[in-house]
Design a protein around this ligand. Structure first.
Ligand SMILES: [Zn+2]
Length: 587
């Protein structure tokens, strides 16, 4: 029952792409079978043996005896028998927040200093720069570290290297610290240490702490209560906006989003069990994801990642969570809505991976092991990108063109949800620490059920007053055009058939402090529409066409209409034939 998605071999994938290439009106680049010269047939993709034992290499040689036991906590949330299942790794990492005797994690100021020190002292050949990408709601600078061989840190220079860029993001949730500490280690090793040779193949952007206010308050959400990891389409928070702009400018090919998950709490209440897995993993799974991107995520990234963890005796599973309602015993894989960093970056055609270590609710217990898990995963993602650098460039080019070519054709999924299956999940007995097998009702995001689909338009017309929506779309990297002269369009108008209000939901329950949304039901009517100069056109014939669909179909919980970024249903028209009216690019 523990099923991975069934995947054809890469040979057939490549053949399918060649076929698509032949049929499509858009010229597509030839794409070689990525693993034709791989020695082993299955699993299809195994990363070559790392040149360095990366996790060991990046550890400071700290004698075990000098480490203060992290779990000598009188208020331990579970028995010593459970704790014994998670021994410290053979190596110990050193960051400000991991120092012996510390009771707090690296502070925002310590992280900033760390990044500046790396930028001031890189290895010869590495260009290391601190990028200021915004400010948190409470005014703390939001910073990224760029590591590259490009001679200048500006985005055009980095793009001109032709190398894929990996974006590593930590601590969108302020109470999930291990990813942030791990990113300090990885950043140091890329700038000065044994990971530095990877810069021959990849550029790296590190955002160690995306939500500094949440970290300072040891809370999940940002300062105003909004969960920034449900804000990547709406961009209501400055924290999510900063990441959007960074991704728009540097166009990462691979994104890793580092989190920690709840280990006891509601799991103890619902299942009488403690969570077992060192790492939970999931890539983008939302409506309209390009099939080949999903396969690359699985075969080129997740499988090598699992193998890397196994080498370090670290266990892993698909990412899952459960709602906060105690009478709801379902377990769900990560959400399928286009609102998380994982799913939105996927709709930006990046390989987008979530890693979660077992950390929420257990304080500093097993902290070195959690950081080791994160470091191992990050190094694996970097190495997989370096190994596949050329093929990833070809894949991205193909997917960008394929997505663009879908405009005006076929159907698009408007809403989709997970598939209900049974799943065998292993947890831990809280007293004995032994494995505890459960058969659970499992909402699988591996196979999505289409709930609503519609003909895919050529694009969307937006009224001249839709400036808030246009600004968000541009921040996401979507190209928006301005209508330069009056004219008319053939389009489908939305006619409201029912309306209520509600709140956005995810698989955990209501989304933190989300404002009420408009829940509308619509019917479509085809019409010739007069349009004025100064209104807008958002073509779907662009690489981010699937992201446009997620934002502009009004009857979904994440749409710009539902979330009050568009005033009325009349502000949007689905344009069903290519418009001929004159348009101009927005600056
Ligand atoms: Zn999280």
């Amino acid at each position: 029952m523990r099923s991975a998605p069934s995947l054809p071999s890469w040979t057939s994938v490549a053949a399918a792409i060649l076929l698509l290439t032949a049929c499509s009106s858009t010229p597509l680049p030839p794409w070689r079978a990525p693993v034709t010269n791989a020695p082993a047939p299955k699993p299809a993709v195994v990363a070559p043996a790392p040149k360095v034992e990366a996790p060991a290499a990046v550890a400071q040689a700290v004698p075990q005896a000098s480490i203060t036991p992290q779990d000598a906590d009188s208020a331990a949330p579970y028995s010593a028998a459970v704790a014994a299942r998670f021994p410290d790794p053979a190596i110990a990492y050193s960051t400000p927040g991991l120092q012996a005797g510390r009771t707090s994690y690296s502070s925002n100021a310590e992280i900033s200093t760390w990044l500046r020190n790396l930028a001031a002292n890189p290895s010869a050949g590495a260009k290391v720069s601190v990028l200021s990408i915004g400010h948190s709601q409470q005014g703390t600078p939001l910073e990224a570290l760029l590591l590259t061989r490009a001679t200048s840190p500006d985005a055009p220079s980095v793009l001109a290297t032709g190398r894929p860029t990996v974006l590593l993001v930590g601590q969108q949730h302020g109470n999930e610290p291990a990813g942030s500490e791990a990113l300090l280690v990885v950043a140091r090793e890329l700038a000065q240490g044994l990971l530095e040779p990877l810069l021959d193949k990849v550029n790296v952007l590190v955002v160690p702490r995306a939500n500094p206010d949440g970290a300072a308050a040891d809370q999940r959400a940002t300062a105003n209560g909004i969960d920034m990891n449900r804000d990547h389409l709406l961009l209501q928070t400055p924290e999510a906006r900063a990441l959007a702009q960074l991704a728009r400018d540097y166009q990462p090919t691979v994104v890793l989003d580092a989190h920690e998950y709840t280990v006891v709490g509601r799991y103890l209440q619902k299942y009488g069990a403690v969570q077992k897995y060192d790492a939970l993993l999931q890539y983008a799974m939302t409506a309209n994801m390009p099939e080949f991107l999903t396969r690359a995520s699985e075969e080129w990234f997740r499988r090598p990642l699992i193998a890397a963890l196994k080498t370090q005796k670290l266990s892993s599973e698909w990412y899952y969570t459960t709602s906060t309602a105690l009478d709801d015993l379902q377990i769900s894989m990560g959400g399928t809505q286009p609102d998380t960093g994982r799913n939105v970056n996927g709709l930006k055609n990046a390989v987008s991976m979530l890693i979660e270590t077992r950390g929420v609710g257990i304080g500093r217990m097993h902290l070195q092991r959690r950081v080791h898990t994160q470091v191992t995963a990050m190094v694996s993602m970097l190495q997989s990108t370096a190994t596949r650098a050329e093929q990833l460039g070809q894949l991205r080019s193909f997917i960008d063109r394929e997505t663009s070519s879908l405009a005006c054709r076929g159907k698009a999924t408007i809403a989709a949800g997970p598939t209900k299956v049974q799943y065998e999940l292993t947890m831990l007995d809280p007293a004995t620490g032994n494995d505890k097998q459960l058969t659970v009702d499992w909402n699988s995001a591996l196979e999505l059920q289409t709930q609503t689909s519609r003909p895919r338009p050529c694009g969307y017309w937006l009224s001249a007053t839709s400036t808030s929506a246009v600004e968000r779309l541009q921040l996401l990297g979507v190209q928006v055009l301005r209508i330069a002269e009056p004219g008319s369009l053939l389009g489908d108008l939305y006619k409201e058939t029912a309306r209520s209000s509600g709140t956005r939901q995810d698989v955990r329950g209501g989304i933190s402090d989300a404002a009420p949304i408009i829940k509308t039901e619509v019917a479509l009517t085809r019409s010739l529409v007069d349009i004025s100069a100064g209104s807008f056109y958002v073509p779907l014939g662009q690489p981010l066409g699937n992201l446009v669909l997620a934002a502009l179909e009004p009857d979904t919980q994440n749409s710009y209409f539902a979330n009050h970024l568009l005033g009325t249903l009349d502000d949007t028209v689905r344009v069903m034939t290519e418009p001929t009216v004159r348009m101009e690019r927005l600056p």
